[in-house]
Design a protein around this ligand. Structure first.
Ligand SMILES: [Zn+2]
Length: 448
């Protein structure tokens, strides 16, 4: 946008704003920020340098993915884990992941990011908790990949300092974890609107780290203005494990280590009782719903509306590519629509509701007020879809058609006013070359 500082995306087929289908005249972008929404027949208040005719496009805010594990793109459909529930799935995969090299992580990250971007996602979280010998710079590698693709990301510095039966190669001392977390915060965390890279602190789960590390992570996060993230409520037996180890249920434990507040977002959030839902909501904790992963591993169905009613924020995440096994945010929204209808009925779970979770909901989980909506003052992060494929033929409501007819690829994607995807292709990326290198890396990892 630097060379063309005012752009009018004119007269879209449909446009999803905070108030749903308004602004039929389109939107005006100036220096990478949305400055104007236009009513039908209205034209920009001042002359523009360029107009993009969006008559064939459904325009969404760039989708925001609030939970992922990029490295898992190398172990999609991993034979021994294909039919395993989560507690058998992890031990089947950890020995493989523990062999991950820096070059493999770089490729895995690029593949995950490219896949997300092509699905209309402009900002993603990644939860990386593997730091075996030789991979101590994992987050730095991810930063490079994010910058190369030109997306935005909250990179969650994961941690494990309690050895379990399967993850011992990935254990680090609390001292090393905290020193690296502080280094990453100081080196990379951007605080201003339009930030490209942000850092969050993210024990793999509250059971993979000591109580002391949970507390120290919360303190460090507060000092640096970082958010806190972890997995919680994914399996029904987790509460028993929590009682055995800490003599309390998981939400009490979060409270006791300084995590029960709006600075925290949790992946999954399925297995909580009503009292716990009330407390999570009252504390403003965020929940990242991961429907594909939850169905794939038969984990359960998140009680999204009850959590929302009590004050929790709901966002969406694709979760790792070994439990989904794709990184497609628009298909994830479709999955959320369907699984949540099973719980709450069709009338309460609309396409607009689910797209709200996938955009402003996820943005709020990441602590961002500058993205996730098409509104004046927000970053110009947009995903544009065409409805010209066979699967859309005969469709009527364009916004509903995206989810109901299973749109899975954006025609154009813009981040901060710059086109990153044009005609369904990522600008400047040799996708065929990336796929070839990634396949080879996956095969080496499997043979390792
Ligand atoms: Zn996960």
């Amino acid at each position: 946008m630097a060379e063309r500082n005012r752009l009018w995306i004119s007269n879209p087929l449909a446009l999803f704003t905070a108030n749903d289908h308004q602004a039929p005249g389109g939107l005006v972008i100036e220096n990478g920020v949305i400055v104007e929404l236009l009513a039908a027949g209205q034209t920009p208040a001042r002359p523009v340098d360029e107009t993009f005719d969006a008559r064939e496009h459904v325009v969404l805010p760039g989708l925001v993915n609030a939970h992922h594990h990029f490295h898992q793109t190398l172990t999609r459909a991993w034979g021994p884990a294909v039919n395993a529930p989560v507690l058998d799935w992890l031990p089947a995969l950890y020995p493989v992941w523990s062999r991950l090299t820096p070059a493999q992580l770089a490729l895995a990250s690029k593949v995950a990011l490219a896949e997300l971007l092509l699905s209309g996602c402009t900002t993603t979280a990644d939860h990386h908790y593997l730091f075996p010998e030789g991979l101590e710079q994992a987050i730095d590698i991810e930063v490079e990949a994010v910058r190369e693709l030109g997306m935005r990301a909250t990179l969650c510095r994961g941690s494990i300092n309690v050895a379990g039966s399967h993850n011992s190669a990935c254990v680090q001392s609390a001292e090393v974890i905290l020193a690296d977390s502080q280094r990453l915060a100081e080196q990379y965390h951007e605080r201003d609107d339009g930030a490209q890279i942000q850092i969050a602190l993210a024990p793999s789960s509250p059971f993979a780290v000591t109580r002391e590390l949970m507390c120290a992570s919360a303190e460090l996060a507060q000092t640096h203005g970082l958010r806190l993230h972890t997995h919680l409520g994914e399996t029904p037996d987790e509460q028993q494990a929590c009682i055995r180890r800490f003599s309390m249920r998981s939400v009490d434990y979060l409270k006791s280590v300084g995590w029960l507040g709006p600075q925290t977002w949790l992946a999954h959030g399925i297995h909580f009782n009503q009292i716990e839902i009330d407390r999570l909501g009252a504390a403003g904790v965020g929940i990242c719903h991961c429907p594909s992963s939850n169905m794939r591993l038969a984990s359960g169905i998140c009680r999204t509306l009850q959590l929302e009613d009590e004050g929790a924020t709901i966002g969406l995440g694709v979760d790792g590519s070994a439990s989904n096994d794709t990184s497609n945010m628009l298909l994830e929204a479709r999955q959320a629509l369907f699984i949540q209808r099973l719980r709450y009925g069709a009338g309460k779970i609309t396409p607009e509701k689910v797209l709200g979770w996938a955009t402003r909901g996820s943005a709020k989980l990441l602590g961002r007020s500058d993205i996730g909506e098409i509104a004046p003052g927000k970053q110009a992060d947009l995903a544009l879809f065409k409805l010209d494929e066979l699967r859309f033929s005969g469709s009527h409501d364009p916004i509903a058609a995206l989810l109901l007819c299973a749109a899975d690829r954006a025609d154009r994607v813009m981040i901060g006013g710059r086109w990153k995807v044009i005609d369904g292709q990522i600008e400047g990326l040799d996708l065929a070359g990336l796929i070839a290198d990634h396949r080879q890396a996956a095969s080496h990892l499997a043979g390792g």
